[in-house]
Design a protein around this ligand. Structure first.
Ligand code: NDP
Ligand code: 8X3
Length: 266
């Protein structure tokens, strides 16, 4: 139970949904383990709220730092590690969670801007974060140590109409994760992926540009996962014995069996 002892954990996209739940889930383990949490996203006010709520729930024993960071900005990502206070710089776990989908347009109609934002966030952002943090891991003995936990999606395994770009970004995450795990085989660095199915977060609200009615309709008649369900899995994989690599995890709600295979009661 003390495997997380003393670790510094960086979560991208911690202002909402899965990343936010993940912050709380690590925070629950924090006081006994002397954890340090670095919470990042673009909405700094939301991150400060998460940090305040964590301190209120868990007490002063938790060391949590909100940091504004747009992962789609290579300059911001490059400056990120050096910009951390000394006591947060010795990162042990990177949760690459920040990501988004825009729209349900078919390929001929997808706006160039939507294509770019999805790739720059979900793919280039995740790769740049990984490159920014790996030197910290690689500075450790025996070729290096640390955990990279990438959040993919069922969409990366089972592409669906109206999701070509989003699905392609998540397939890219999957491919990058697998290459990196092979490249780092001689180290103690673990490269792991957690792929959720349907989870109710702000994901669909962002997809439909704030149209809450359209977002809610996605979940009509079915019971999606909660972001806490995914956070539990993320903290679980980070908390295994160092020799155990939970390389790849696919998590559905009970009534889902594929990207578009959803049993609805109504
Ligand atoms: P939310 O919209 O609730 O959360 C997304 C998070 O990503 C927010 O904290 C947002 O913060 C952050 N984010 C978006 N763009 C950027 C950026 N450029 N820089 C930094 N942070 C950014 O959605 P989820 O929690 O559902 O999504 C989390 C991950 O889970 C994503 O990678 C998503 O693709 C994946 N996923 C989600 C599923 C679902 O059904 N919900 C299923 C499978 C995978 P801010 O806006 O403050 O920057
Ligand atoms: C989110 C799951 O299938 O709605 O990654 O795109 S899906």
């Amino acid at each position: 139970a003390r495997r997380l002892e003393g670790k510094t954990i960086v979560i991208t996209g911690a202002s909402s949904g899965i990343g936010r739940s993940c912050a709380f889930e690590f925070a629950r383990a924090a006081p006994a383990n002397n954890l340090k949490l670095v919470l990042t996203a673009r909405r700094i006010d939301a991150l400060r709220d998460v940090a305040a709520k964590i301190r209120a729930d868990v007490g002063d024993g938790v060391n949590v730092l909100p940091v504004q960071l747009d992962v789609s900005s290579p300059d911001q990502v490059r400056a990120f590690v050096a910009g951390l206070p000394d006591e947060f710089r010795d990162i042990n776990v990177l949760v690459n969670n920040a990501g988004l989908v825009k729209g349900v347009a078919k390929a001929p109609e997808i706006a160039e801007q939507d294509i770019n934002v999805m790739f720059q966030t979900n793919v280039t952002g995740l790769i740049n974060m990984t490159q920014a943090v790996l030197p910290v891991f690689q500075a450790r003995p025996d070729g290096g140590a640390g955990d990279i936990i990438n959040i993919g999606s069922i969409a990366g395994r089972d592409p669906y109409p109206g999701g070509s770009i989003y699905c392609a970004t998540k397939a890219a995450v999957r491919s990058f994760t697998e290459s990196l795990r092979k490249e780092l085989i001689a180290t103690r660095i673990r490269v792991m992926e957690v792929d959720p199915g349907q989870v109710e977060t702000e994901f669909s609200v962002v997809r439909f540009n704030g149209d809450k009615a359209k977002a809610d309709a996605v979940y009509t008649g079915c019971e999606p996962l909660t972001p806490d369900d995914i956070a539990e899995a993320i903290v679980f994989v980070a908390g295994r014995r160092e020799n155990v690599v939970i390389a790849d995890t696919l998590i559905f709600p009970n009534h889902q069996a594929g990207a578009g295979i959803m049993h609805r009661k109504s």
